[in-house]
Design a protein around this ligand. Structure first.
Ligand SMILES: *[C@@H]1O[C@H](CO)[C@@H](O)[C@H](O)[C@H]1NC(C)=O
Ligand SMILES: *[C@@H]1O[C@H](CO)[C@@H](O)[C@H](O)[C@H]1NC(C)=O
Ligand SMILES: *[C@@H]1O[C@H](CO)[C@@H](O)[C@H](O)[C@H]1NC(C)=O
Ligand SMILES: *[C@@H]1O[C@H](CO)[C@@H](O)[C@H](O)[C@H]1NC(C)=O
Ligand SMILES: *[C@@H]1O[C@H](CO)[C@@H](O)[C@H](O)[C@H]1NC(C)=O
Ligand SMILES: *[C@@H]1O[C@H](CO)[C@@H](O)[C@H](O)[C@H]1NC(C)=O
Length: 429
């Protein structure tokens, strides 16, 4: 019994130590329709004879530790091979080489693959633990953008990594190619594209793929680098002088991301820079001398701001001189015309007055005579009213004076009242 026990122990330890299977690599990522190779070597103790070699893949609902065999991908007995893997495998079938090539892989092949062999001894059955994981890269490639920031907003200066991925996994055996706005980036050959300090020049659409592959290119991914306004300038500014009274609109333009930009306008005088308005346009309806000076606009977006270069607005003064000239000319012309008209009139009058005497006698009308009479009668009437007035002003005759003496007094009064009418007055009295 003792010897038997030792024998069994020895044979078991010998057997266990020499049964082995090793896989390389342990996981594979492959494109659809490509071929994959599961590299594999195995060993078994001397004296055993290999009877069965098989590759199997547990079904999704089975244990993935190799204890459940699922479907046979390869089997020494062809009849055991699952329909799905028939005619799709190439088995090395060399001494201790269990490598298997699987052709035209698809998403259905995703899973874990195990190699198992069986010898002529009942205990000579062995499965390589761990297996090989197969993933299928489903095209297209896509570019994923990674930053350390949580808000996903990328500003100039940030550190950014672009990664070329497909669904599930990305085959890394081959060199990558990168495109920016459809143009090849010759230096980029890795799966990741790193920007330690991203700039506005890096803004653009990126796509990627494998160098030696006819796999179609990715859909483009925008690397949205946000930057403060730059290239701020006042455009369409007339190079020549502006004339007084003209209208003028200044336009401010910039390149910024986000494009939503607010513009503020400033006027610079010798001592003072003053805010004059906001908006991309600044309009002057009627330019005057006081608008002359230097101007600048400041563009602002979420990221920052930038000043434009300063432009100088010169206002032409001569328009006032023009006005004076025109005014003077008009005035002189007016005077000249008036003078000419005056001369013509005068001349006509002279011609007319030479003919006048002959005509006058014949054209005298009765009305004219009446007026003349009226005027005469008015004159005499005037005098009589004065006389009446004088009469009324006569003081009542003093009762104690004799009548004749009062006549003398009256003469004196009249003389005082009116020297001119003296004689007439005396006559009437
Ligand atoms: C495998 O190939 C054999 C002959 O080459 C053919 O008869 C058989 O139909 C094929 N099976 C499948 C599933 O393609
Ligand atoms: C196993 O066989 C495969 C296919 O025949 C071959 O490519 C590979 O080099 C072999 N591995 C070893 C270790 O001999
Ligand atoms: C590869 O497999 C797909 C189905 O998965 C089949 O339509 C196609 O014809 C196969 N290609 C080759 C070359 O066998
Ligand atoms: C990036 O792609 C989008 C959508 O195709 C397009 O609208 C945009 O103009 C592109 N940008 C550049 C910088 O090419
Ligand atoms: C631009 O700035 C002015 C002044 O600060 C502000 O009143 C105006 O609302 C701003 N416009 C926009 C579109 O942000
Ligand atoms: C600057 O100019 C503005 C308007 O032109 C004026 O209101 C302001 O008082 C000036 N400031 C100084 C310090 O001169």
């Amino acid at each position: 019994m003792f010897y038997i026990g030792i024998f069994i122990q020895l044979s078991l330890s010998a057997a266990v130590s020499s049964f082995s299977i090793s896989y390389s690599p342990r996981s594979i990522c492959a494109f659809e329709n490509s071929s994959v190779e599961f590299s594999c070597t195995f060993d078994f103790p001397y004296g055993h004879t290999l009877v069965v070699s098989k590759w199997f893949k547990p079904r999704k609902d089975q244990k993935q530790d190799g204890s459940q065999q699922g479907m046979f991908v390869y089997h020494t007995d062809d009849a055991e091979i699952h329909e799905r893997y028939m005619n799709r495998t190439t088995y090395a079938n060399q001494d201790k080489n269990c490598s298997l090539k699987l052709h035209n892989v698809s998403r259905k092949d995703i899973g874990r693959y195990f190699f198992r062999f069986e010898t002529n001894y009942w205990w000579g059955k062995y499965t390589g633990l761990g297996g090989i994981d197969l993933s299928i890269a489903v095209l297209p490639f896509r570019v994923t953008v990674n930053t350390q920031k949580t808000n996903r907003e990328i500003n100039e200066g940030d550190s950014v990594t672009l990664t070329c991925n497909t669904e599930n996994c990305t085959p890394t055996q081959e060199a990558f190619i990168w495109f920016k706005n459809g143009r090849l980036l010759p230096k980029a050959t890795e799966q990741t594209l790193r920007f330690s300090s991203v700039s506005r020049e890096d803004f653009g659409n990126y796509s990627c793929g494998l160098k030696n592959s006819d796999t179609t290119l990715t859909t483009e991914t925008l690397l949205d680098v946000r930057y403060r306004p730059h290239n701020v300038q006042i455009i369409n500014f007339p190079s020549k002088e502006i004339e007084e009274g003209d209208s003028l609109t200044l336009n401010c333009k910039s390149n910024a991301n986000p494009a939503l930009t607010n513009y503020t306008w400033f006027k610079i005088s010798d001592t003072n820079t003053s805010y004059i308005g906001y908006g991309s346009k600044y309009s002057l309806k009627t330019v005057s001398q006081k608008n002359a000076g230097r101007y600048l606009c400041v563009a602002v977006n979420d990221v920052g701001s930038q000043n434009s270069s300063v432009i100088e607005l010169k206002v032409k003064e001569h328009s006032r001189l023009d006005f004076l000239l025109i005014a003077t000319t008009v005035l002189l012309l007016g005077i000249a015309v008036t003078l000419i008209i005056f001369c013509i009139m005068k001349r006509r009058k002279q011609i007319a007055s030479k003919k006048l005497p002959a005509e006058k006698t014949s054209t005298v009308t009765p009305t004219e005579e009446i007026y003349e009479n009226l005027r005469n009668s008015l004159k005499s009437e005037e005098i009589s009213t004065n006389l009446t007035y004088a009469d009324l002003m006569l003081p009542p005759a003093s009762s104690d004076r004799p009548h004749y003496s009062s006549q003398e007094d009256m003469t004196v009064i009249y003389s005082i009242l009116s020297d001119r009418e003296e004689t007439k007055t005396i006559e009437q009295i």
